[in-house]
Design a protein around this ligand. Sequence first.
Ligand code: BG6
Length: 470
Amino acid sequence: MSGRAPPALDFVIVGATGDLARRKLLPALYNLHLDGFLPQDARIIGYSRRDLTDAAFRARSEEAVREFSRRDVDPAAWDRFAARLGFVCARLGGLDEVAQRTRPGRIVHLSTPPSAFSSTVQGLAQHDLVRDTRLVIEKPFGRDRLSARELNRTVHEFFDESQVFRVDHYLGKESVQNLLVLRFGNSMFERVWDRDAIDHVQITMAESIGVESRGEFYEEVGALRDVIQNHTLQVLTLLTMEPPRSFEPEAIRDEKVKLLHAVRPVEAAAVVRGQYARGAVNGDDVPGYREEEGVDPDSATETYTAIRLEIDNWRWAGVPFYLRTGKRLAGRTVEVYVSFRPAPVRFFQQSEVEDLESNHLLIRIQPQEGISLGFLAKEPGPTLRVQPVEMDFSYVRSFEAQPPEAYERLFHAAMGGEHTLFARADEVDLAWSVVQPVLDAPPPIRFYPAGTWGPSQADALIAPRRWRLR
Ligand code: BG6
């Protein structure tokens, strides 16, 4: 990250005692503080229904930062950071206090459950917290297309679109931003980036963790709304959009929207919904989803979704895109697997190689951020035997640094008023329209044991191809 410190801004974290604030928002703000990216006198006000003193909020925040920050807590730096922190309880008069304790030029970050967004926006308007405010709203933005439209209407009643920053934290990941550089900074990939060269694409966002303490939130949401409608579709648009006319935010967002217009709404027959049952992850027995705290014992919420998508435009017609996500899977990985068509003529016979999709680009979004290019090479020796091999780029090896956390990039961009890393209203609307048929008529839940790669029905969805990880 580079750049001068942005103009003075205060922060209000609505939902400051929640899981997201603890795991991501507070550690990100602390790391920005360490890097000197926060304005010197910026205050950070936590706001939630808990009744906490400033001191108690500072103590909670310190615990969170110690547990989740990518860098250790330095006592002197921590004291300076803690002096910025304050807390206001969300009760009658609470927003008046927020208005008194923060200055215009503030960032208000809504990290409450989605059902509270609308009333919070109205509350901000009633307390003169609109002028000179940047409104940062977490995902999922709405529950479906209709509710997202209603929410957009409420937001636009008070805020201009230029004040609104809809979060999809995947856009804050360096390896996701690099998709544009990979494609449009290198002519060699752009030459093969179409239906002529590419057989299919797999986008996987797999987690080995369960719903943890977020059972209640997750029951309202499920994997389709939590990840497919946003994170994986964002990756898809960056991977498949046309070259933008410039790298200005609106030029990039226009291309993403154009691409989303061409994505065919997914039919229920092209979807597999799963839910984890009891199983073992890394050798430890873990409960099924229905046994988790805050979850209905008969819950029909999906913790796994796989879909097949098609893009109806000249570049991509006929190329299937397979997107999948799940909790309690066999591994933690976020990756894009681009499989190229096989060579048209094979001058060797080797069944084990025939079986491999040997030409591919594997984009590792996390962990071990990097890219590898897979192709065939001749085994040394007198006979013509070939082997799949890989050329590998790794962020850590090449740049000798860990990329910053997504929320550090997002806060930094919001401070600078920069919209590229945030979703525009029409983008969110179209992303909902892609998954709306599944929300309207969800296919049945298939159970999978925790610690596996999901329900077996997902193999049929991709057949005759195969998931890279299964
Ligand atoms: C969030 C989802 O958006 O992304 C969570 O709500 C998920 O369910 C998380 O665990 C994963 O984020 P990351 O950055 O760890 O891939």
